[in-house]
Design a protein around this ligand. Sequence first.
Ligand SMILES: [Zn+2]
Length: 258
Amino acid sequence: MSDINQDFKYLRVNLRKNGKIIAEDVFKRVHPASPKNIEEICVFCKSTSGLTREHVLPQWLFENNIDISMISRVNKQTQTYHKAIIPACSTCNNVALSNIEECIIKIIKKIESKENYTQDDLCNIISWLEILDYKLQVYECRRKYIKYGNSEYIQGWGEFSVAMLRHFFEMNPFKAYNFLRQSQNRVTVKRKYERIKSLLIFEPKTSGFNFFSLANEYIFISFPMFKIAIFYFLRKSHDSDREALNEAYKIMTKVLND
Ligand SMILES: [Zn+2]
């Protein structure tokens, strides 16, 4: 197994160099006026060769239970995690991202068994969550909007991506692009120490897999194989752990009881 720092560095350097082109490509692809069948590119390094289907959420998270689905909070469309994929080249997917996953599993195991874990371990979890947010945003930006809740199907809306529609009522379709760029920028930052206060790790009341997120705001994951749940504020900083915990608790209560 390679060094997780090298894998993060590899992704950081590529996104720093190609992030803008990749983000523009994501939006060009879903634009109604763009030609169909544009050649796919890796959303981490923009390579066009050796493309693979990278799962947005790693499969070990939902233990290969392909029936578990996620519901987009934008349009109430259901999509199984198993089918939520984005293009990534074999180097980014099978080398860098796979190695990172392996290390993250080890860190979470360490935390669960209350072994000593380091600040670096926590920083690595943060880097991993930021990549997860980026993948989710890429996926939402590429996915066509189909139907909003119980509303009537409006033909024209199918032309827009889910992520653009998220900001539809604000009349600001560029926000989705800016969010995607911000999420790339987070991945390109090496230092995470000052973000540790925004990462909350706790023992959930009920075990099992659970997941929800809000682009550019937060991610919640409860792991099926560990008695651990994590909540991370992607942007927000808090003055104290208690303040962060109180806010996370409010969000979790609202979303999980919805
Ligand atoms: Zn790649």
